[in-house]
Design a protein around this ligand. Structure first.
Ligand code: F0G
Length: 458
């Protein structure tokens, strides 16, 4: 018998209490946090959907590994284990450990980039873009047209726009393109997957023009799930085999293990090129640590080795994608406008459509994020004009292309009843949608304003 209920494929061995709060209490707490959810105390949040990064629950196997972590400065057993796991998974010749994804990006793009250089991606994640720009290079996004439309369905909305990729290479000169980056899944583009067909086409273009291809592999296991279930050719492949096939198309990867490594801290960089590796290793030693630990402790390297294997288990991946889909489908049924189809690690609400009466310069996404906290103690993040909006010559807002609110689901942390609670809170949000107020910024820093700005309801 095939039962239709997909259960969490784990038992809970350790629990962390959630402190319940009332709406009156949350009103005071939000005021104190200047209506910026990053400034709240985590203990004042009931369901924390701010990010899926570093927020996972580790398995008993991973915790057991923590006890046998080898903390030797050089050549630790735990490093050998992590290196073997990553070489087996990616097939790349060299592995460099880093404390998280952006450290791998800073080292790699610092070495590959520089003034006059250009990187092209399906969508650069914001730390990737920041590290490229920090090296004085330029980052150009080439998402597909359909990927930019929240309500239109396509199985692989995270794909690279191949014709735009080719025309950009030709326009800017192939000698100026330092690298092409394929982000899987495409986080900033809505957590949407990239097909193997698209990855193959990108790889073909890279080979033709002799440009290195780098995979941002943060969520490559989740991406493999979508390929197996949406691309006929790969139905009989294991998830790991699909990921290996994708790594095979590229020259290297960066990975934040805080996502599909199912750990709280860690990352790496893996490459085939001896020359580039040597350059990166020098950087690694200066800023992260010796080449056999990077910025990670031995116990965390043990947890990464195990996490990178557990993440490809079919029961885990089925549960993982089913829980995100469950939330997305219920919200759609209630009429909540979301980015479709539902992605892997998060559900993205189209706040501009939900609060259509709030103009973009009154930040509908920030308003929704605040209301989710007020009504239910849920913490989500605005991915719209607060995060990506720019200032025009007269100080006017040049809005982001979309006003989204991301509900990111931490791995193995919340059960179905937590998700049902989130759905119930949205019923309240929908009832009061017409009464929702806009938001204004009362204080903002120069850079990355979403982290520390102060806001007020209008
Ligand atoms: N690349 C992608 C696609 C990411 O989503 C992230 C992080 C990084 C690189 C950087 O990794 O945080 O370990 O330095 N994304 C987190 C998020 C922060 O909430 O989506 P990191």
């Amino acid at each position: 018998m095939n039962y239709k209920t997909i259960i969490e494929p784990f038992r809970i061995k350790m629990v962390e209490a959630i402190r319940m709060t009332s709406e009156d209490e949350r009103e005071k707490l939000l005021k104190k946090a200047k209506h910026n959810l990053f400034l709240l105390k985590a203990e004042d949040v009931i369901i924390d959907l701010l990010t899926d990064s570093g927020t996972a629950a580790m398995s008993s196997q991973q915790w057991a590994g923590m006890m046998i972590g080898d903390e030797s400065y050089a050549g630790a057993k735990s490093w050998k284990k992590m290196e073997t796991t990553i070489k087996d998974l990616t097939g790349y010749k060299h592995v460099l450990p880093t404390h998280q994804g952006r450290a791998a990006e800073r080292i790699l793009y610092g070495c590959m980039g520089g003034k006059g250089k250009i990187f092209i991606s399906n969508t650069h994640f914001d730390t990737t873009r920041a590290n490229i720009e920090f090296s004085n290079a330029e980052a150009i996004d080439c998402p597909t047209e359909i990927g930019k439309k929240p309500s239109s369905k396509h199985p692989f909305k995270g794909n690279m726009n191949i014709s735009k990729l080719i025309s950009t290479i030709n326009k800017r000169g192939k000698e100026n393109i330092a690298g092409i980056i394929l982000t899987v899944t495409n986080n900033s583009g809505g957590g949407q997957p990239v097909s193997m067909k698209n990855a193959k086409e990108v790889s073909r273009v890279c080979k033709k023009y002799n440009i290195p291809l780098i995979i941002d592999a943060c969520r490559i296991a989740e991406n493999a799930y979508f390929i197996k279930n949406r691309e006929k050719e790969y139905q009989s492949y294991t998830y790991k085999k699909i990921a290996q096939k994708m790594f095979d198309l590229a020259d290297g990867c960066t990975m934040s293990a805080k996502k599909d490594g199912i750990v709280n801290m860690g990352g790496f960089l893996a490459l085939n090129s001896d020359k580039l590796t040597e350059k990166c290793r020098n950087e690694l030693i200066i800023t992260e640590g010796f080449i056999t630990y990077g910025g990670i402790s031995g116990r965390d390297m043990e947890a990464i080795s195990t996490g990178l294997q557990e993440v490809f288990e079919p029961d885990y991946l089925q549960y993982r994608i089913a829980s995100t889909t469950y939330l997305g489908e219920r919200l759609t049924k209630m009429g909540v406008p979301i980015m479709l189809p539902v992605g892997g690690h998060a559900v993205y609400i189209d706040a501009k459509a939900l609060y259509s009466h709030i103009p973009v310069d009154q930040f509908p996404g920030q308003s929704l994020a605040c209301n989710l906290y007020l009504k239910g103690g849920i913490r989500a993040s605005e991915i719209g004009s607060v995060m990506f909006g720019k200032k025009g010559p007269k100080g006017e807002l040049i809005p982001a292309s979309m006003e989204l609110v991301r509900l990111a689901i931490p791995r193995r942390v919340y059960t179905q009843s937590h998700v049902d609670y989130v759905i119930e809170v949205f019923q309240e949000i929908m009832k009061n949608r017409k009464k929702a107020k806009g938001i204004k910024i009362v204080k903002e820093p120069k850079f990355l304003r979403h982290f520390t700005s102060h806001f007020k309801f209008i």
